[in-house]
Design a protein around this ligand. Structure first.
Ligand SMILES: [Zn+2]
Length: 212
């Protein structure tokens, strides 16, 4: 193995890094390269409309906005023309996929702005999150789960000697996110059972029947 060759490579890389004056430029370059590979860029190229606010900034030629190969850039971010389909596609891509995981509006805006920008982006992101059925369902569940201790409604008569409380929500483990605390008032014996915060009264009854 020729180590002198290895050293030469390292030196070259270093030189190239020195010529790059700001780290933000490098980041923009990398994000743009990634975006170039997507269909979105092709759609942007086909749509050469520019809002007048954008044209004004471009005319100033102060380096904030520029155009390259039919794509406009605003402060290094790819400008999205006023086209519903393109915007929808980007919004979807930065919210719906499992690996993106339905971020909230602030996080989602931050994710999009790593690559893209358009007039009214903030408002569009807000509307998208509000319009997401899954997010709204989660929000309702979250509100229901608020609070640390949930005294449970228990069918009358059955449980005279037993008290049952739920502690949760706790960090999820094997799909369980709560602990059922079952106390026998006479014997003072306590039993703990891993469960979920979605547990219903019927569910409690079943646990009692099966476990106690
Ligand atoms: Zn969502």
């Amino acid at each position: 193995m020729d180590t002198r060759e290895d050293n030469k490579d390292v030196q070259l890389l270093k030189d190239e890094m020195w010529t790059r004056k700001s780290t933000s430029k490098i980041k923009v370059f990398e994000e743009r390269k990634r975006a170039d590979e997507s269909d979105i860029i092709k759609k942007i190229r086909k749509n050469n409309t520019r809002e007048k606010e954008i044209i004004q900034v471009m005319k100033r030629e102060d380096g904030l906005a520029w155009e390259e190969d039919k794509v406009a850039y605003m402060e290094g971010r790819i400008y999205i023309p006023n086209n519903k389909d393109i915007k929808e596609e980007i919004l979807k891509e930065h919210h719906d996929p499992a690996n993106v995981g339905h971020p909230g509006k602030h996080r989602m805006q931050e994710l999009i702005k790593r690559t893209y920008w358009w007039l009214g982006l903030k408002e569009d992101v807000k509307k998208y999150v509000q319009g997401c059925v899954k997010c709204q369902q989660n929000k309702v569940q979250h509100q229901k789960r608020a609070g640390k201790l949930h005294p449970l409604e228990i069918p009358e008569g059955l449980w005279q000697d037993i008290s049952i409380d739920m502690i949760g929500p706790l960090p999820r483990s094997n799909e369980m996110d709560a602990i059922l605390v079952i106390v026998n008032r006479f014997t003072k014996m306590i039993r703990l059972k891993a469960t979920t915060t979605n547990l219903s009264s019927e569910g409690v009854a079943k646990i009692y029947r099966d476990e106690i």
